[in-house]
Design a binder for this molecule. Structure first.
Ligand code: C2O
Ligand code: CU
Length: 463
């Protein structure tokens, strides 16, 4: 396994224009090469009358450019690094080729300042995805290195408007600059992560979107927050949830949507009582996020009140031959982790925190990229049996695969489709079941990016 790892790194260094044929679908014609430059930009995100904020962005825009494809297309992107720090791009939720997954120091060498790297891979799944930096993500994503990735499907429902709302939670100081003092602070890392104090939607505060009267809207909500779990209230319209983390689910009426970091939700909104304001309500005090403003000049809706037809979610296979991998999550403030293994030595939590900034463990092991957590045979059906034995919520993300969520607790509301990021409550036990059909080295980690940096992650090897 170790040897393969290095072979992968070597191959990633030599840019090849060949794409391995997709195992799932016929490829459409290759799409044009996207140029994506990561660099420093000053931009207004704090609203009218506020100073511009120093950000790190893709193509000087916040969020980065909307990448939009059709299922079966090949995504080709040349990424240039104009930052002072090495970077990579991870294509979150895409069942990618392993060498295109963008995890610095695991699936590729980091892209050094001044260098470029070409990503090229088939898009076998449709839906709402996103891309973000995956080297020092806790800092690079917090400074703005992310953007939306949408893949259209022939079976998408017809709508009047298809709106993508990428939400973020920034921590700004009084001059509207990214708060430096809290960047990398151990207190946040051992608690709920680095929470912000400023909400943006598509890089703006409380933007307006003009829509037709009685419009049917597909709302694609994407959370780029580092740590905050947000809840959006959808009032004054009939809202039907149709997809989570890109994958279609059983359509379901909803009045609010909770998004943990990295999660997505697609909702069909049928507006029938004028304009609506979408508010973020997780703090108990509704905070305006965005307004959908009816504009009669746009004409009438052509899709209102027709049945919503979406493809059925993928069915869970028979669980007879299940490889179970128990994962005991411990650590953080108010937790029960006394000691853990780190770089071959057993260290106390105090030592781990103060000397190494490590705070979280799986099965007594601080996560790092040099140890394999589990070796899995290709095509095995796997259940990650995760026990969140911490005082905190965690947004657990698996790279390269989509999973079904299963529980022994009959009172728990489980998603009807597959997901790639699951929000765990303290003391929750859950089974994340997936078919290990994608070979390579894949991360399973918390998407509260400070938790991931301080040990809450593991490498699964599928061969
Ligand atoms: Cu969205 Cu490992 O990340
Ligand atoms: Cu976490």
């Amino acid at each position: 396994m170790k040897r393969r790892h290095f072979l992968t790194l070597a191959a990633a260094g030599a840019t090849s224009s060949l794409v391995a044929p997709s195992p799932w679908t016929r490829l459409n014609a290759a799409t044009p090469m996207q140029q994506i430059t990561a660099g420093k930009t000053r931009l207004n995100i704090a609203g009218a009358g506020q100073p511009d904020t120093d950000l790190w962005l893709y193509n000087q825009s916040c969020p980065g450019p909307m990448l939009r494809y059709r299922k079966g297309d090949v995504l080709r992107a040349e990424v240039r690094n104009n930052l002072d720090m090495a970077t990579t791009i991870h294509w979150h939720g895409i069942r990618n080729l392993n060498e295109m997954d963008g995890v610095a120091n695991l699936t590729q060498a980091p892209i050094e300042p001044g260098e470029t790297f070409a990503y090229e891979f088939p898009l076998n799944d449709s839906g709402t995805y996103w891309y973000h930096a995956h080297n020092m993500g806790w800092e690079q994503v917090a400074r703005g290195l992310y953007g939306p990735l949408i893949i259209d499907d022939d079976q998408d429902p017809d709508v009047d408007h298809d709106l993508c709302l990428m939400v973020d939670d920034w921590r700004l100081d009084n001059d509207a600059q990214i708060d430096q003092a809290s960047m990398g602070g151990l207190h946040d890392w051992s608690h709920g992560g680095r929470l912000g104090n400023w909400l943006t939607v598509n890089g703006k505060s409380a933007p307006e979107f003009r829509v037709k009267d009685k419009a049917r809207i597909r709302l694609r909500l994407i959370s780029a927050a580092n740590a905050r779990i947000m809840t959006f209230q959808l009032t004054n319209a009939a809202a039907t949830l149709i997809a989570l983390d890109g994958a279609f689910c059983q359509p379901e009426q909803v009045t609010k949507i909770t998004l943990a970091p990295a999660q997505r939700a697609d909702v069909i909104l049928d507006m029938d009582r004028g304009s609506i304001e979408i508010a973020e309500i997780s703090t108990g005090e509704p905070y305006p996020a965005a307004t959908l403003l009816v504009d009669p000049a746009l004409g009438p809706s052509s899709h209102s009140k027709t049945p919503i037809n979406t493809p059925k979610p993928a069915a869970l296979p028979s669980l007879k031959q299940l490889r179970r991998i128990p994962i005991h999550m411990q650590g953080g403030a108010m937790g029960n982790l006394q000691t853990a293994m780190f770089e071959g030595a057993e260290l106390s939590l105090r030592e781990l925190a103060q000397k190494h900034k490590k705070l979280w463990a799986f099965n007594g092991q601080i996560g790092d990229y040099s140890t394999l957590f589990a070796e899995i045979d290709q095509n095995d059906l796997v259940s990650l049996d995760v026990y969140n034995d911490t005082a905190w919520r965690h947004a657990m993300h698996l790279h390269g695969h989509h999973f079904w969520v299963m529980s022994n607790d009959p009172t728990m509301a489980l998603p009807t489709g597959q997901r790639d990021t699951w929000l765990m409550q303290p003391r929750e036990r859950i089974s994340l079941v997936f078919k290990a059909d994608n070979p390579g080295l894949w991360l399973f980690h918390c998407h509260m990016l400070e938790h991931a940096a301080s040990g809450m992650g593991a490498v699964l090897a599928i061969d």
